[in-house]
Design a protein around this ligand. Sequence first.
Ligand SMILES: [Zn+2]
Length: 307
Amino acid sequence: MIKKLVLKGKHPGPHLLVTAGVHGDEYEPMEACRRLYLQLQDEMELLHGKITLVPVVNHPAFAMASRTGPDGLDLARICPGRADGTISERIAHAVSELITSADYYIDMHNGGHLYNIYPFSGYVLHPDHNILMVQQNMARSFGLPIVWGTDPTLPGRTLSVARDANIPAIYIEIGGAGIYNESMTKLAVQGCKNVLANLNLLKIIENKKPVRYHVEDHRRESGFLQRLLPSPADGFFMPEVAFEEPVKKGQPIGLVQDALGQVKTPILADQDGIVFILRNSPSVHKGDSLGAILPATQREQIQSIYE
Ligand SMILES: [Zn+2]
């Protein structure tokens, strides 16, 4: 049901699973998996353990160039799925079995057709301190500018399956906007190699840029991207801020206007921080997420946010 590429190193070691295409319209992570497979074939002498790469988990959704497959179910909301369910539920079941067979897990995403995301790696604030520490290290070693730890209680995700099985796991979000961006593919390939090195699966020196912002947000539903900055109305969204721009709570960051431009509703920042997700499709319905602000006000050190 799920096509995968498997590399077995010359030396014993743990099993890392990397997935892409849980959503069908997120393209660079798919190419990054294939690229990583080719590059690691030239580095087998340095490889310890086993790596499983899944370039396209949700093939029916990819074939439709869509986030979800023909049944409309979001694969990242229905894990661990059902063996006898709809097509998406069956894929969720298969990928969940794969996740629980691994020792470490990386799930790669981007903003799809509707969103553009400033590159970050994320993890859940796992109640087990040792797993949390491994996840922090994996996320930081990936080498993206933002690291974000969030509410560990959300159900239905691939990372929820890993959490329940006590398997250290991270996810990444890199770009999006429905286009293919080669620089994001390169970022993802190098990031995976950095994590492999960090976990001692690949005997190379990590090549990463320093983390600029690291936030651990303990508030309920932090990390639920679709619920952040909901649009107050149907209309045409125009952002007025750029990625990494610092904003203050209450500051206008864009507007939603009606078809004739006569009703303009300002969109206000919901907290202090930096802009890191923006909706790139101007067509919005009331309640759609327009983007997100990371509550980061300091650089480099871990900032913890509570209710
Ligand atoms: Zn996704």
